[in-house]
Design a protein around this ligand. Structure first.
Ligand code: 5RP
Ligand code: CO
Length: 216
Protein backbone atom coordinates (compact mmCIF):
# COMPACT_ATOMS: atom_id res chain seq x y z
CA UNK A 1 0.00 0.00 0.00
CA UNK A 2 1.33 3.44 -0.85
CA UNK A 3 1.49 6.14 1.78
CA UNK A 4 -1.55 8.16 2.75
CA UNK A 5 -1.28 11.88 1.97
CA UNK A 6 -3.36 14.23 4.10
CA UNK A 7 -3.06 17.88 3.00
CA UNK A 8 -3.68 20.28 5.89
CA UNK A 9 -6.43 22.78 5.10
CA UNK A 10 -4.96 25.05 7.79
CA UNK A 11 -2.77 26.43 4.99
CA UNK A 12 -5.52 26.82 2.39
CA UNK A 13 -7.01 30.14 1.25
CA UNK A 14 -10.05 30.48 3.50
CA UNK A 15 -11.60 33.03 1.14
CA UNK A 16 -11.53 30.30 -1.52
CA UNK A 17 -12.10 27.25 0.61
CA UNK A 18 -14.40 25.48 -1.87
CA UNK A 19 -11.79 25.89 -4.62
CA UNK A 20 -9.08 24.39 -2.39
CA UNK A 21 -11.35 21.54 -1.30
CA UNK A 22 -12.03 20.74 -4.98
CA UNK A 23 -8.29 20.82 -5.66
CA UNK A 24 -7.79 18.14 -2.98
CA UNK A 25 -10.79 16.15 -4.31
CA UNK A 26 -9.21 16.11 -7.77
CA UNK A 27 -5.70 15.32 -6.56
CA UNK A 28 -4.13 12.02 -5.47
CA UNK A 29 -4.52 13.01 -1.81
CA UNK A 30 -6.25 10.45 0.40
CA UNK A 31 -7.63 12.53 3.28
CA UNK A 32 -8.30 16.11 4.36
CA UNK A 33 -6.28 17.04 7.47
CA UNK A 34 -8.38 19.41 9.57
CA UNK A 35 -6.58 21.21 12.43
CA UNK A 36 -8.77 22.44 15.27
CA UNK A 37 -7.04 24.79 17.75
CA UNK A 38 -8.74 26.32 20.77
CA UNK A 39 -6.31 28.97 22.06
CA UNK A 40 -6.00 26.99 25.34
CA UNK A 41 -4.23 23.73 24.54
CA UNK A 42 -2.19 25.56 21.91
CA UNK A 43 -1.43 29.29 21.59
CA UNK A 44 -3.50 29.73 18.43
CA UNK A 45 -7.13 29.55 17.33
CA UNK A 46 -8.02 28.04 13.95
CA UNK A 47 -11.66 27.23 13.20
CA UNK A 48 -14.58 25.21 14.50
CA UNK A 49 -17.75 23.38 13.52
CA UNK A 50 -19.18 25.66 10.79
CA UNK A 51 -15.95 25.49 8.79
CA UNK A 52 -15.63 21.71 9.23
CA UNK A 53 -19.24 21.23 8.10
CA UNK A 54 -18.57 23.43 5.06
CA UNK A 55 -15.51 21.37 4.13
CA UNK A 56 -17.49 18.15 4.61
CA UNK A 57 -20.22 19.40 2.28
CA UNK A 58 -17.77 19.49 -0.64
CA UNK A 59 -15.12 16.89 0.32
CA UNK A 60 -15.17 13.52 -1.45
CA UNK A 61 -12.46 12.05 0.82
CA UNK A 62 -12.38 11.32 4.56
CA UNK A 63 -11.83 14.13 7.09
CA UNK A 64 -8.81 13.46 9.32
CA UNK A 65 -9.55 15.81 12.22
CA UNK A 66 -6.65 16.73 14.53
CA UNK A 67 -7.94 18.21 17.78
CA UNK A 68 -5.54 20.57 19.51
CA UNK A 69 -8.06 21.39 22.21
CA UNK A 70 -8.40 20.98 25.97
CA UNK A 71 -11.20 18.67 27.17
CA UNK A 72 -11.91 17.04 23.80
CA UNK A 73 -14.39 14.61 25.47
CA UNK A 74 -17.14 17.19 25.60
CA UNK A 75 -17.14 17.65 21.80
CA UNK A 76 -16.73 14.13 20.39
CA UNK A 77 -20.34 13.79 19.24
CA UNK A 78 -20.29 17.29 17.76
CA UNK A 79 -17.21 16.46 15.65
CA UNK A 80 -18.98 13.37 14.36
CA UNK A 81 -21.97 15.52 13.39
CA UNK A 82 -19.68 18.05 11.68
CA UNK A 83 -18.26 15.26 9.50
CA UNK A 84 -15.13 13.83 11.13
CA UNK A 85 -14.18 10.34 9.91
CA UNK A 86 -10.91 10.05 11.83
CA UNK A 87 -10.74 11.88 15.17
CA UNK A 88 -7.35 12.38 16.81
CA UNK A 89 -7.00 13.74 20.34
CA UNK A 90 -3.78 14.74 22.07
CA UNK A 91 -2.41 12.42 24.76
CA UNK A 92 -1.44 15.56 26.69
CA UNK A 93 -5.06 16.82 26.71
CA UNK A 94 -6.74 13.65 28.00
CA UNK A 95 -6.95 12.48 31.60
CA UNK A 96 -8.93 9.33 30.75
CA UNK A 97 -7.51 8.55 27.34
CA UNK A 98 -8.76 4.97 27.20
CA UNK A 99 -12.32 6.12 27.79
CA UNK A 100 -11.98 8.90 25.22
CA UNK A 101 -10.86 6.39 22.59
CA UNK A 102 -13.83 4.12 23.32
CA UNK A 103 -16.25 7.04 22.99
CA UNK A 104 -14.74 8.11 19.65
CA UNK A 105 -15.16 4.56 18.33
CA UNK A 106 -18.68 4.25 19.77
CA UNK A 107 -19.54 7.35 17.75
CA UNK A 108 -18.53 5.58 14.55
CA UNK A 109 -15.17 7.27 13.98
CA UNK A 110 -11.63 5.94 13.73
CA UNK A 111 -9.67 6.87 16.85
CA UNK A 112 -6.24 8.49 16.88
CA UNK A 113 -3.88 9.82 19.54
CA UNK A 114 -1.36 12.59 18.88
CA UNK A 115 1.93 12.94 20.76
CA UNK A 116 3.75 16.23 21.27
CA UNK A 117 7.49 16.16 20.52
CA UNK A 118 8.35 15.75 24.23
CA UNK A 119 6.03 12.81 24.93
CA UNK A 120 7.61 9.33 24.74
CA UNK A 121 5.96 6.97 22.30
CA UNK A 122 6.14 4.29 25.03
CA UNK A 123 3.26 5.92 26.95
CA UNK A 124 0.89 4.42 24.37
CA UNK A 125 2.20 0.85 24.54
CA UNK A 126 -0.67 -0.57 26.60
CA UNK A 127 -3.43 0.93 24.49
CA UNK A 128 -1.89 0.56 21.02
CA UNK A 129 -4.17 -2.40 20.12
CA UNK A 130 -7.17 -0.10 20.69
CA UNK A 131 -5.93 2.65 18.39
CA UNK A 132 -6.52 3.16 14.68
CA UNK A 133 -3.85 5.85 14.35
CA UNK A 134 -0.97 7.50 16.19
CA UNK A 135 -0.02 11.01 15.13
CA UNK A 136 3.60 11.90 15.78
CA UNK A 137 4.01 15.67 15.94
CA UNK A 138 7.23 16.71 14.22
CA UNK A 139 6.69 20.33 15.31
CA UNK A 140 5.21 21.78 18.47
CA UNK A 141 1.51 22.04 17.65
CA UNK A 142 -0.21 25.36 17.05
CA UNK A 143 1.09 26.72 13.77
CA UNK A 144 1.69 25.71 10.19
CA UNK A 145 4.98 26.43 8.45
CA UNK A 146 7.36 25.38 11.24
CA UNK A 147 10.64 23.57 10.89
CA UNK A 148 10.70 19.78 11.12
CA UNK A 149 12.16 18.42 14.39
CA UNK A 150 14.52 15.60 13.27
CA UNK A 151 14.05 13.40 16.36
CA UNK A 152 10.60 12.55 14.92
CA UNK A 153 12.42 9.99 12.75
CA UNK A 154 13.66 7.99 15.73
CA UNK A 155 10.24 8.27 17.33
CA UNK A 156 8.51 6.85 14.27
CA UNK A 157 10.94 3.92 14.18
CA UNK A 158 10.41 3.21 17.92
CA UNK A 159 6.65 3.43 17.53
CA UNK A 160 6.75 1.04 14.57
CA UNK A 161 8.55 -1.53 16.76
CA UNK A 162 5.93 -1.14 19.49
CA UNK A 163 3.10 -1.52 16.98
CA UNK A 164 4.63 -4.74 15.67
CA UNK A 165 5.30 -6.02 19.19
CA UNK A 166 1.74 -5.42 20.39
CA UNK A 167 0.02 -6.66 17.23
CA UNK A 168 -1.65 -3.29 16.79
CA UNK A 169 -2.91 -2.25 13.38
CA UNK A 170 -2.57 1.49 14.13
CA UNK A 171 -1.32 3.68 11.32
CA UNK A 172 1.57 6.05 11.98
CA UNK A 173 0.86 9.59 10.76
CA UNK A 174 3.36 12.44 10.99
CA UNK A 175 2.49 16.15 11.08
CA UNK A 176 4.66 19.24 10.82
CA UNK A 177 7.37 20.41 8.47
CA UNK A 178 6.76 17.64 5.95
CA UNK A 179 8.28 18.15 2.50
CA UNK A 180 9.81 15.81 -0.08
CA UNK A 181 13.02 15.42 1.91
CA UNK A 182 11.55 14.90 5.39
CA UNK A 183 8.66 12.92 3.88
CA UNK A 184 11.05 10.43 2.31
CA UNK A 185 12.96 10.01 5.59
CA UNK A 186 9.71 9.51 7.50
CA UNK A 187 8.51 6.81 5.12
CA UNK A 188 11.85 5.02 5.46
CA UNK A 189 11.45 5.19 9.25
CA UNK A 190 8.02 3.54 9.03
CA UNK A 191 5.39 6.28 8.61
CA UNK A 192 2.13 5.33 6.88
CA UNK A 193 0.56 8.78 6.49
CA UNK A 194 2.03 12.23 5.88
CA UNK A 195 0.34 15.55 6.67
CA UNK A 196 1.52 18.54 4.66
CA UNK A 197 0.18 22.07 4.87
CA UNK A 198 2.47 24.90 3.83
CA UNK A 199 4.55 22.66 1.55
CA UNK A 200 1.43 21.91 -0.51
CA UNK A 201 -0.40 25.22 -0.42
CA UNK A 202 2.64 27.49 -0.80
CA UNK A 203 3.86 25.56 -3.83
CA UNK A 204 3.23 26.83 -7.36
CA UNK A 205 1.24 23.69 -8.25
CA UNK A 206 -0.41 22.11 -5.16
CA UNK A 207 -1.91 19.22 -7.17
CA UNK A 208 1.52 18.27 -8.47
CA UNK A 209 3.08 18.67 -5.01
CA UNK A 210 0.52 16.23 -3.59
CA UNK A 211 1.39 13.83 -6.42
CA UNK A 212 5.11 14.23 -5.65
CA UNK A 213 4.47 13.30 -1.99
CA UNK A 214 2.30 10.37 -3.08
CA UNK A 215 5.07 9.11 -5.39
CA UNK A 216 7.85 9.17 -2.77
O1 5RP B 1 -1.17 20.34 13.30
C1 5RP B 1 -0.61 21.22 12.68
C2 5RP B 1 0.02 22.36 13.39
O2 5RP B 1 -0.10 22.23 14.74
C3 5RP B 1 -0.61 21.18 11.17
O3 5RP B 1 -1.29 20.04 10.72
C4 5RP B 1 0.82 21.21 10.63
O4 5RP B 1 1.56 22.18 11.17
C5 5RP B 1 0.84 21.27 9.10
O5 5RP B 1 1.50 22.38 8.67
P1 5RP B 1 2.95 22.36 7.96
O6 5RP B 1 2.91 21.22 6.98
O7 5RP B 1 2.98 23.71 7.31
O8 5RP B 1 3.97 22.18 9.03
CO1 CO C 1 -2.33 18.79 12.33
Amino acid sequence: MSQIISPSVLSCDFANIQRDVEMINNSTADWFHVDVMDGVFVPNISFGFPVISAIKKHATKPLDVHLMIANPDQYIEAFKKAGADWLTVHYEACTHLHRTIQVIKANGMKAGVALNPHTSVEVLEDILPELDLVLIMSVNPGFGGQKFIPHALKRVARLKELINKTGSSALIEVDGGVNLETGKQLLEAGADALVAGSFVFNSPDPTQTIQDLKAL
